[in-house]
Every structure is written in structure tokens, then in C-alpha cells.
Design a binder for this molecule. Structure first.
Ligand SMILES: NC(=O)c1ccc[n+]([C@@H]2O[C@H](COP(=O)([O-])OP(=O)(O)OC[C@H]3O[C@@H](n4cnc5c(N)ncnc54)[C@H](O)[C@@H]3O)[C@@H](O)[C@H]2O)c1
Length: 317
């Protein structure tokens, strides 16, 4: 079975590629290396350096004839989407439409899409939030992800293209870059290792910071394998269902780094404080019962185990 992973040189995509190869799939990757890195890619995968927005991407479909398209390529920065919503829409909306059209033309059996549970629901009144909560996207990035979901549903209804949409919470782990959708683990870890005092952004009445559902990338990669094997069509939240404050996350990272022999001054026990940024959401956690019930998927890594593996990777880098 051949899988085409778009964005396979990026943080999550490259971990998904590894998981597919471990399961014996043939894997081809399309990536323009705008944020992804060649060194992330498993040598067993066939890499095409190509922009999903360009016509040339059809050559990859023609040559590889994938059974499954797993779409991870995206403009991933929420603040950048606010600065340049047009560019965000070019990549995140027009890009997916091109891939969906090619999937029909080349008779792809299933389309898997990485959406965002962390951004799509906005500041939800009900947390952990379920898939049927009416999304209130608060940024062009989240709007483009919601609109991608609607295009996928159109291609399913109109052409019968099977799909699974995975709405990720805040994903963290090896190969993460600091400026993505949910880069706080990468930001804190890289700064602390390099002796730089990190900053915690928070609302004035919430000094503990935001509350987020941190999900380890290997759990996310496993969800993609299950979605590939499973016949289910639909939208599934992928997260842990648990909330962690930014300050608790910070302290856990400091603790694990010190346990690993990294010298961190006492003055760093508390981060520098700064105000929340426009578009910041106070609380975001996902109800993941549907994924457990219908896909048989549940996050295995707790935050301590996931952070330990992540920090281990940063220290060996
Ligand atoms: N990181 C998270 O917590 C999170 C949460 C929810 C959803 N997501 C989604 O998961 C996916 C992967 O995110 P990530 O955090 O691994 O980001 P990433 O930047 O590491 O990966 C994105 C990859 O897509 C590639 N890419 C970007 N534009 C492209 C284009 N036009 N053509 C071809 N390749 C292109 C980049 O080079 C990169 O390798 C994205 O769709 C993102 O929206 C991420």
C-alpha cells in the first residue's frame, strides 16, 4: 500500500512517515522544505521537493499512484496567518483543493487530513471540547483549517472520496520547530538548554498561563496509522483530554533538564512574564471519547514520559 505524505519533512509529518514505514507501507513525501528539513526524512521514503500549490505536484501523483494521501503540509503559524491571511489561504485552502482534485483524478482511496482541535473551537464554553461543538475559529489559520474540512466533506459527498480528519490538540515531541502552531515545548526547551531565560505569556488574571492539552507526537503518528487502516470516515479529536497550565509545563521541563545534568540557574525557576498575545486562547482541551470508541485510539504517553523523550532528543541533537 502506497501512502503519499505531504509535509513529510516537517515535525509531525516526519514522525508519521516513520510510523508508516514501521508498519510496512511504501511512503512517498512531497515537501517544499519551507519549514521542514531534509534530515528529518527517513531514507526509505521517496522524497519529492515540490510545492503543493504548484501544478508540478501532479507529476508526483502520476509517478507514485498513491492509495492514501496523508496531508500534513501547511502554513502552520497562527500569528503569521494574522499578518498575511492571503498567503495562509493560498497554501492551506488552495493547496488542499489541488490535492483533493488530484486524489479524485488518480483514484486515491482515502484522504487523511491534519486539522486543529487546538485552534478550531476558539475559546469554547465547554471543555474538554467535543467534535460536535460549533467551531469558532479565531484566526485565519483556524478558518483555513475549518474550510479545508468543508472541502474534504464536499469531495466525499460529491465524488465519494473517503476521508478521516484528525483534529490535533497541542502536539509536541522530537523535531518540533519553535514557531509552529504549538511550539511552547520547543521554545522553553531550546532556550533553557542555551542558557536563555524563557518568557511566559499570560492574561493578567491567569498568572499560571494558558491551559492546553499536550499530546505526544508518537501518539499522534499512531492515530494516523489507525485512521489509515480503519474504514471510518469522519472527524476525530486527537489529544489527551487533560489540561496542563503553561507554568506547570515550564516547571516540568526545568525539572527534567536538571535531572539530565543541564545547569539551570535558580533565577530561572520562574519564567519572565509577558502579556498574552492577540488571538491567544485561555483554555483548550479536547474530549477524545469518540476516537477511543470508534477508532480504538487513546494517548499512551503522559506529559512526563513525553517530555522526557523529547528532552532526551534535544540533548542528543
Ligand atoms: N504542531 C501542532 O501542535 C499542530 C496542531 C494541530 C494541527 N497541526 C497540523 O499538523 C500539520 C503539520 O504541522 P507541524 O507542526 O509538523 O509543522 P511543520 O512546519 O513542521 O510541518 C509542515 C511541513 O509542510 C511543509 N510545507 C509547508 N508548505 C508547503 C507547501 N506549499 N508545499 C509543500 N510542503 C509544504 C513544510 O516544509 C513542513 O515540512 C500542519 O497541517 C498543521 O497545521 C499541527
Amino acid at each position: 500500500m502506497k501512502v503519499l505524505v505531504t509535509g513529510g519533512c516537517g515535525f509531525i509529518g516526519s514522525n508519521v512517515v516513520d510510523a508508516y514505514l514501521d508498519e510496512g507501507y511504501d511512503v512517498a513525501v512531497v515537501d517544499d522544505l519551507s519549514t521542514g528539513k531534509k534530515e528529518n526524512i527517513n531514507p526509505k521514503a521517496q522524497l519529492y521537493i515540490c510545492d503543493i500549490c504548484k501544478e508540478e505536484v501532479e507529476e508526483v501523483f502520476l509517478k507514485e499512484r498513491p492509495d492514501i494521501v496523508n496531508h500534513h503540509a501547511a502554513q502552520i503559524s497562527v500569528p503569521f496567518s494574522v499578518q498575511d491571511p492571503l498567503f495562509d489561504a493560498e497554501v492551506n485552502i488552495k493547496g488542499i483543493i489541488r490535492l483533493l482534485m488530484l486524489s479524485i483524478k488518480y483514484k486515491v482511496k482515502k484522504f487523511i487530513f491534519s486539522s486543529t482541535g487546538g485552534a478550531i473551537y476558539g475559546e469554547a464554553d465547554i471543555v474538554p471540547t467535543k467534535e460536535d461543538y460549533v467551531p469558532e475559529p479565531a484566526s485565519p489559520y483556524a478558518i483555513s483549517k475549518l474550510s479545508s474540512e468543508k472541502y474534504i466533506k464536499f469531495f466525499f459527498n460529491h465524488y465519494g472520496l473517503d476521508y478521516t480528519i484528525l483534529r490535533y490538540s497541542n502536539v509536541y515531541g522530537p523535531r518540533q520547530i519553535p514557531h509552529g502552531e504549538a511550539g511552547v515545548v520547543a521554545i522553553f526547551t531550546e532556550k533553557l538548554i542555551n542558557g536563555i531565560h524563557p518568557t511566559l505569556n499570560h492574561f493578567p488574571d491567569a498568572p499560571q498561563g494558558m491551559i492546553r492539552d499536550y499530546c505526544y507526537v508518537k501518539d499522534v503518528a499512531r492515530a494516523n496509522i489507525i485512521a489509515t487502516k480503519n474504514k471510518k470516515t469522519g472527524i476525530f479529536n486527537i489529544g489527551t483530554g487533560k489540561g496542563t497550565t503553561t507554568i506547570a509545563l515550564y516547571k516540568e521541563i526545568v525539572k527534567i533538564l536538571r535531572e539530565n545534568g543541564v545547569s539551570i540557574p535558580q533565577t530561572f525557576d520562574e519564567p519572565i512574564r509577558a502579556t498574552a498575545r492577540p488571538g491567544d486562547i485561555r483554555v483548550s482541551t479536547l474530549n477524545v471519547e469518540k476516537a477511543e470508541k470508534e477508532l480504538g485510539w487513546i494517548a499512551i504517553y503522559d506529559i512526563r514520559k513525553g517530555l522526557s523523550e523529547t528532552i532526551d532528543w534535544y540533548l542528543k541533537k
